[in-house]
Design a protein around this ligand. Structure first.
Ligand SMILES: [Zn+2]
Length: 185
């Protein structure tokens, strides 16, 4: 791994991907950011408009089967569900990212999170009061499901962007405008 054996080997810093920097580049439509790497913050990571603020967030990727386990819970049973969730949590990967975000996308994020939380707590309270008053149990079950959907909206809305995958050394994102890596546009 040393240059000493080959004096003609170019320094690593000159080997750049086709577009982007050593820290961040596009692999087809997927934005790849090296963990610990820096991303330009001049434009909004979501829509490409000039950014109005810089955010720093910890982002997590969960294996898709973790979510599937929730949906299939009634079919697979509690033990299989628990195993899926534990294995899913073991395989979960996180990374920190600093990025630009615009006012419009931030408002959109707030609206999603606020409505998600309202549905979550409103639904749970409604379902609980229905059960307490001995109301229709089937309806209470569906209202409880609605409340669960509120939780998912909250989690989804909080995410500043769509994560394709996070590995031990890379973070990969979907639907990021290419202008993020080209300053001055
Ligand atoms: Zn935006």
């Amino acid at each position: 791994m040393s240059n000493a054996t080959n004096p003609y080997q170019p320094p690593e810093s000159e080997i750049l991907p086709e577009s982007g920097t050593r820290d961040a580049w596009f692999d087809g439509d997927i934005l790849v950011v090296r963990k610990g790497g820096r991303l330009p913050t001049h434009s909004c990571l979501r829509c490409g408009a000039p950014s109005t603020r810089t955010s720093r967030r910890k982002l997590s990727w969960y294996p898709p089967f973790t979510f599937l386990a929730f949906v299939l819970l009634p079919v697979i049973g509690l033990w299989a569900f628990a195993i899926f969730v534990v294995v899913g949590l073991i395989l979960t990967r996180s990374g920190r990212l600093e990025f630009g975000y615009c006012g419009r996308c931030r408002t959109r994020q707030r609206v999603l999170v606020t409505s998600g939380l309202a549905i979550l707590f409103g639904g749970a309270a409604w379902a609980a009061s229905m059960i307490e008053q001995g109301g229709n149990e089937t309806l209470a079950f569906w209202v409880f499901g609605l409340s669960f959907a509120g939780a998912l909206i909250t989690i989804w809305g909080r995410r500043p962007l769509s994560i394709q995958r996070i590995t031990s050394d890379q973070m990969r994102f979907r639907r990021v405008p290419k202008s993020v890596l080209t300053p001055g546009e």
